[in-house]
Design a protein around this ligand. Structure first.
Ligand code: AMP
Length: 485
């Protein structure tokens, strides 16, 4: 029996679910929908790709159907995510619905948004900057808002939207339902929860820093010289759609040119592109007009393109948490996906930080940058000192492993459970040997947020949000926050 029936949803929503071909609720939906239908505020922690959008949109629509005076506001960190949520909403409601949805995002001309607002939309989806612009110019009134959704709240704080959220919340009625979803629950999110939510029910799905279990994660050691040739080889070996993450806008364009020169069908996405260009790139990729999309972290979150089979981290993310978000672009809705990290010697510390985040118990905090230089000078052979093989190797999480000397060291998830976080050792898939994880700690654990050489510091913003840790690169890292308001 269709479990959605247990929720007592209206026929409008049932028809919508049928249109979407959703037959069973996902775990986050199963837990969130009944609580939200009962009017509870929700603090939800869930990874991307778990069905979060329907988890808040189904009860939101149910509330609007129940009370025709009510409106709803959904805030998302990026324009792309807002557009995706708005499209989902329209699909769920169907063309004949009397409930209008408005998408209010930056980078788009005001005119069409003002026109849509005149039609008195009851669902507003947008990014904080543009929503505030409309409030200030008097084109948007929020005094009937019965449901307020903060989607990807941790990302919004990372992007510096804390103050904007506060300004928006000041215009909301005190009596309302608030649903907050966040991939992580750092202190800043808990403060946000205390400020804006009223006795929330907590829903945690796969909480913590664990990627979806159906993603096979590999790593490949490269050098500056071999990085591009190795990428080309990987692209030739793989079939299906690929998203390649790079660090900078310049890097995205350059890599796209390089791959096109080699005959690949690619396009690139970053925060400096005009919004209509960004939308077009995503649309083309969604429609498989290009096999490869090269993107900065502007595309790391929320983007739901079910046919993405491979996520390649050509450059590692600057913020370890973004690793989870990036690889979450594949293996959507239960499909199998593959991820690959290309690790150059200078990336070891970042890589170690990712390992530590995935499994703090097994992976020590990364050592200072200095140690990589030492290793590089010693011919990129890390040998027994840190258990990193001098062979070119690949990682394969969640499999039984052997030590670097070949001794059997079978552990944990030999049952085929590829859960990063449960077993972080790597298999050299080319040689078939098993190797220890390449953690870079040299025995002393002296990684400390905001301390040390300052290269991996967590900077606190005035609004209490933690800025993503950054490396100083010389080339401008794509700061999605600047371009998404
Ligand atoms: P989201 O986390 O909301 O971005 O959803 C991730 C993917 O799961 C999207 O492609 C959704 O269409 C899909 N999805 C969400 N809920 C369900 C469901 N109950 N049944 C099937 N697919 C779903």
């Amino acid at each position: 029996m269709n479990k959605f029936q247990n929720f007592g949803l209206s026929s409008v929503l049932f028809e919508g679910l049928e249109r979407m071909a959703y037959t069973e609720p996902t775990p986050i939906q199963e837990q969130t929908i009944p609580l939200a239908l009962a009017g509870r505020d929700i603090l939800g922690s869930a990874q991307t790709g778990t069905g979060k959008t329907a988890a808040f949109m189904i009860p939101l629509i149910a509330q609007l159907l129940k009370d025709v005076q009510k409106t709803a506001l959904v805030l998302t960190p990026t324009r792309e995510l807002a557009a995706q949520v708005a499209t989902f909403t329209q699909k769920l409601l169907g063309r004949k619905s009397a409930i209008e949805t408005a998408l209010l995002i930056g980078g788009e001309p005001m005119g069409p948004q003002l026109y849509t607002l005149k039609k008195r939309p009851r669902i507003i989806v947008g990014t904080p900057g543009r929503i505030n612009d409309h409030i200030i110019r008097g084109s948007l009134s929020l005094n009937k808002t019965g449901v307020f959704v903060l989607d990807e709240a941790d990302r919004m704080l990372d992007m510096g939207f804390g103050i904007q959220i506060e300004a928006i919340a000041n215009h909301l009625p005190a009596e309302r339902q608030t649903l907050l979803f966040s991939a992580t629950l750092p202190a800043a999110i808990m403060r946000l929860t205390q400020t804006y939510l009223n006795n929330p029910a907590q829903v945690h799905i796969n909480a913590g820093h664990a990627p979806a279990t159906n993603i096979q994660q590999d790593m490949l050691n490269v050098t500056a010289e071999t990085k591009l040739p190795e990428l080309l080889k990987e692209l030739d070996k793989r079939s299906g759609s690929v998203i390649i993450f790079v660090k900078t806008k310049f890097g995205a364009e350059k890599l796209s040119r390089n791959l096109r020169d080699e005959g690949h069908s690619t396009d690139f996405l970053h925060g400096d592109l005009r919004q209509n260009r960004r939308s077009k790139v995503i649309k083309n990729f969604r429609e498989r007009k290009h096999r490869i999309m090269i993107a900065t972290d502007v595309a790391a979150r929320g983007l739901d393109i079910p046919h993405i089979e491979h996520v390649i981290n050509y450059d590692l993310p600057q913020c370890p948490e973004d690793y989870i978000h990036r690889i979450g672009r594949t293996a959507r809705a239960g499909a199998k996906g593959f991820s690959l990290c290309l690790i150059a010697p200078q990336d070891r510390r970042l890589w170690a930080a990712i390992q530590h985040m995935l499994d703090p118990k097994k992976n020590q905090r990364p050592a200072p940058e200095r140690s990589f230089g030492e290793r590089r000078r010693s011919g990129y052979r890390t040998g027994n000192r840190n258990g990193f093989s001098s062979q070119r190797d690949r990682a394969f999480f969640g499999e039984r492993d052997k030590g670097p000397n070949g001794s059997s060291n079978e552990r944990g998830a030999g049952n085929g459970d590829h859960r990063a976080g449960s077993n972080h050792q790597y298999r050299n898939r080319t040689s078939g040997a098993y190797e220890q994880r390449p953690h870079t700690n040299n025995g002393s654990s002296n990684y400390r947020a905001g301390k040390g050489n300052g290269q991996f510091s967590k900077n606190r913003r005035r609004d209490g949000a933690v800025r993503p840790a950054r490396f100083n690169t010389g080339d401008e890292i794509d700061n999605a926050g600047k371009t998404h308001a």
